[in-house]
Ligand binder design. Structure first.
Ligand code: MSP
Length: 517
């Protein structure tokens, strides 16, 4: 039986349209899902939208819409963008889905019945942006929320609380005995430091302050608030209340992919809830950094929000793959990254157009010219440019979510292949009529291209498919198997096809900019 693999993204607040920061996260998760499929795993990939809460309620009112109409609109925008980005998810969950209501109520009842949820009066500072109460010590020296730079509201209310503090020791033990639980490693200490001050958290709000949410079971005056609702999506997605067999198959999650701003909730609140519900903890929480635009926080008020579609249009791309590639190549997962048009253009031109595109075009042209467009037959003297050791290394890098390093290794192989052609001078071999040597050289490069197409397919599935087709392969690259890399060489005699260049250079400063002027 193929082993299961369960990957999730955060669920995105349904109060603003998706931008390249959100895209970065979902592309990362998609690369993980596609790579795990490539190595033969049975993957479930969950993503979706987080649709309740005061922020949504307020934004909907600003747009003169009901909360439901508003979240329908935003959730569709996310789904469309994910489709555009070629995100191959298994389910798009919405916290307004009926089965999610059932899961949240079920989890609430378990916690309440065993005394882990209790009612108390609370006075505190509430940040609507974070949708959570913040401790004064976590604010900036001016008393602002460090994430939203807004003043939190003083709130006094009777709420339900979750006994987070009860699980402090258990969480600490788990983090310390599972080094892979929080990745990358430097994020662990951040969490361990926060553990010291762990207090019980408010998990409901009065219906008077927030009406858009899942009601507390048996208390219509209260609405379940944010984190129990949001985090439990990871259970709903695989059928905790609807499909026990599927749930058993995929839980615990292999990896929750999230941004650094919500680490606390995933590394402290979520484990406590799972301990309380007697469910196993996810294996890893993979924490990525933030994408800025030219070092500036992406923000509507600053006016620098870039949607993934904007990039495709700006550079007149005929596939979204350069966006996927740039995102994964330019910023190591865990680091912060800064987007600029200039860097985008330079990176795509250098890696995809010049290095990979050029290798493909020159190789196919030579095969066309010297061997009538058929894959030549190599003999035992033909070499492989990819070593088993490098292949193992690339696999390891993907498995450890170090996509930029994996890309670097793959691009090194492309580079090496270009150099190999320059050194071997196939045109000279042709002139000298050394046809077997010529066949060996071109075969070697064609097979390296085949390997590159598979190795990079989790990142650039469309470009990989195009290379695949130009090499004359019939099956879909999406169904490729990692074992094909050494196990299924190109058959001699297979017809290649020249087609149009798959990776055109991005020429002007911004392609199309001239037309707009
Ligand atoms: N709804 C909560 C998460 C609940 S998960 C159970 C939330 N939503 S969010 O829309 O604000 O953020 C969703 C994800 O997008 C988070 O992981 C967040 O870190 C990520 N990003 C939002 N802006 C980002 C960038 N500019 N760059 C990279 N990731 C960013 O938090």
């Amino acid at each position: 039986m193929t082993r299961p693999f369960y990957v999730t993204t955060a669920i995105y607040y349904a109060n603003a349209a998706p931008h390249i920061g959100h895209a970065y996260e979902v592309i990362g998760a998609d690369v993980i899902a596609r790579f795990q499929k490539l190595i033969g795993k049975n993957v479930f990939f969950l993503t979706g939208t987080d649709e309740h809460g005061i922020k949504v309620e307020k934004t909907a009112a600003k747009h003169n819409m009901t909360p439901k109409d508003y979240v329908d609109h935003i959730s569709h925008a996310f789904q469309e963008t994910w489709q555009y980005l070629n995100i191959d998810y298994s389910r798009f969950i919405r916290t307004t889905d009926q089965d999610h209501y059932d899961v949240v109520s079920r989890l609430w009842n378990i916690l309440y019945d065993q005394g882990d949820i209790y009612k108390a009066t609370y006075t505190g500072l509430y940040c609507a942006g974070c949708e959570t109460f913040t401790a004064p010590r976590d604010l900036t020296p001016d008393g602002l929320c460090p994430h939203h730079l807004t003043k939190p509201d003083p709130v006094e209310e009777e709420n339900y609380f979750f006994r987070l503090s009860k699980y402090k020791q258990q969480i600490q033990d788990h983090i310390q005995s599972h080094p892979e639980f929080i990745l990358p490693e430097f994020r662990r200490n951040e969490v361990l430091n926060q553990l010291e001050e762990l207090e019980d958290i408010s998990v409901s709000r009065s219906r008077r302050s927030v009406s858009w949410g899942i009601p507390v079971p048996n208390d219509p005056e209260q609405v379940i608030y944010v984190w129990i609702d949001a985090l439990s999506n990871y259970l709903t997605g695989i059928g905790w209340s609807t499909d026990e067999a599927q749930f058993e198959q995929y839980w615990p999650a292999d990896v929750h992919v999230i941004g650094k701003d919500i680490l606390r909730f995933h590394a402290l609140y979520w484990p406590a809830m799972l301990f309380a519900a007697k469910l196993p903890l996810p294996k890893s929480i993979l924490v990525h950094g933030f994408i800025t635009v030219a070092e500036t926080k992406i923000s509507k008020s600053i006016g620098n929000v870039i949607a993934p579609q904007d990039l495709v249009q700006r550079f007149e791309l005929d596939t979204v793959d350069p966006v996927r590639y740039y995102m994964m190549a330019s910023t190591g997962f865990g680091q912060d990254g800064s987007y600029t048009d200039e860097e985008f253009k330079n990176r795509i031109n250098a890696d995809l157009a010049n290095n990979l595109g050029n290798l493909l075009n020159r190789t196919l042209n030579m095969v066309n010219k010297y061997f009538n467009g058929e894959v030549p037959k190599a003999d035992q003297d033909a070499i492989s440019l990819l070593s088993q050791e490098t292949l193992n290394h690339i696999r390891e890098l993907y498995t450890q979510y170090q996509f930029n390093d994996a890309i670097q290794q793959i691009m090194d192989l492309v580079d090496q292949s270009n150099k190999y052609i320059n050194d071997a001078e196939p045109w000279a071999l042709f002139k000298e009529e050394k046809l077997q040597e010529l066949a060996n050289v071109l075969y070697t490069v064609l097979d390296a291209l085949r390997q590159v197409a598979i190795l990079i397919s989790p990142i650039t599935p469309t470009i990989s498919q195009r290379i695949w087709e130009q090499l004359g392969c019939q099956n879909e690259i999406q169904k490729a198997d990692f074992r094909w890399i050494f196990g299924l060489p190109l058959p001699a005699g297979q017809r290649i096809s020249l087609g149009t260049p798959i990776l055109p250079r991005l020429e002007s400063e911004i392609v199309g900019a001239g037309k707009k002027k």
